[in-house]
Design a protein around this ligand. Structure first.
Ligand code: ZN
Ligand code: ZN
Length: 325
């Protein structure tokens, strides 16, 4: 039985969705899926790490044995979205100690030079955001629009830059988020409250539309805008959590009545040790510093306040960092 002692955690908007019933009824379940810690007790069959090691574990902890894992779709472990186990099918990480399944495949040692409060961003924000850019198949020098600059969108912006985009357009209205979008590599920031973002993106790309659009909000309006803002042959990379309604609708004309060569990609935060090691390497070598996204800090005993603020998004909150001791 492997257990980690939590040191730092982050409250996610998904946690708020869970509290509000987005994944169905849950009772007596510990919340949270973003935390790093120290190995407290190690199962006898776990290799590669030892008790006392500082480790990061992704929000998604696949088994690496089932059919979907073996087919390469580890986030869909056993069933659709099944790699998401913390605070979904078992207790999450907002506790002094938490259990990590299939620990050999899921625990990544944190490099000495990477502080816990930076490493904790690899659990979801960096993995999901950068996946958005990876799925977008951005040509070197290509154009990318990123809709919404919450923490996941900001990491998609950073990912687009890392992958060689020639123009990154961020769509966002909140000043602090606009500022961070520029910090993480957006060349242009479009405020959708001031002008139609699709029009702006078309204008910025010489009327062509972007090579790829990344949906980082999870709303009908932004999804539609992504389809409209993407040129034929481009990719709409969805990383937003579409938690409401029965359907997500596709605008028919801009989809080329189903024949536009536009690709809609979906995905869920890639987990596993190797993914975590790669993300930690980005921090270790200064490619990405996620810590400017920490706008608020709370002790574990104040975590309810952090949840409330993530729901209301008051005081310009982007990410609240939780300290466990
Ligand atoms: Zn999360
Ligand atoms: Zn599996």
């Amino acid at each position: 039985m492997h257990r980690s002692k939590a040191t730092r955690g982050l409250v996610c908007t998904s946690d708020v969705h869970t509290v509000n019933g987005a994944i169905g009824e849950r009772t007596d379940q510990t919340l949270g899926h973003e935390a790093v810690g120290v190995i407290h007790r190690l199962g006898r069959q776990v290799n590669g790490v030892k008790e006392g090691d500082r480790v990061a574990v992704n929000a998604i902890t696949p088994c690496y044995k089932c059919e979907n894992c073996l087919r390469g779709f580890t986030s869909q472990c056993t069933q659709m979205l099944g790699g998401w186990k913390f605070a979904n099918v078992r207790d999450g990480v907002f506790a002094p100690y938490f259990f990590v399944n299939d620990a050999t495949a899921n625990l990544a040692p944190i490099p000495d030079s990477v502080p816990d409060e930076a490493a904790v961003y690899t659990c979801d924000m960096m993995s999901t955001g950068i996946m958005g850019a990876e799925h977008a198949d951005i040509p070197v020098g290509g154009t990318v629009a990123v809709f919404a600059q919450g923490p996941v969108g900001l990491m998609a912006t950073a990912g687009a830059r890392l992958l060689g985009a020639g123009l990154v357009v961020a769509v966002e209205s909140v000043p602090k988020r606009q500022e961070l979008a520029r910090h993480y590599g957006a060349d242009e920031v479009v405020d959708y409250t001031e002008r139609d973002p699709v029009e702006a993106i078309l204008e910025l790309t010489g009327g062509q539309g972007a090579d790829a659009s990344i949906e980082a909000l999870g709303a009908q309006e932004t999804f539609e805008a992504c389809v409209k803002a993407t040129r034929p042959g481009g990719v709409i990379s969805n990383i937003g959590y579409h938690g409401k309604g029965e359907y997500v609708k596709i605008p028919r004309a801009e989809w080329g009545v189903g024949m536009s060569d536009k690709t809609i990609r979906t995905g869920l935060c890639p987990g596993g040790r190797v993914r975590m090691e790669r993300l930690l390497r980005l921090i270790e070598n200064g490619r990405v510093d996620p810590t400017p996204m920490t706008t608020h800090r709370f002790g574990f005993d104040e975590i309810e306040k952090a949840f409330h603020m993530m729901e209301t998004k008051e005081d310009g909150i982007i990410k609240p960092l939780i300290t466990f001791e």
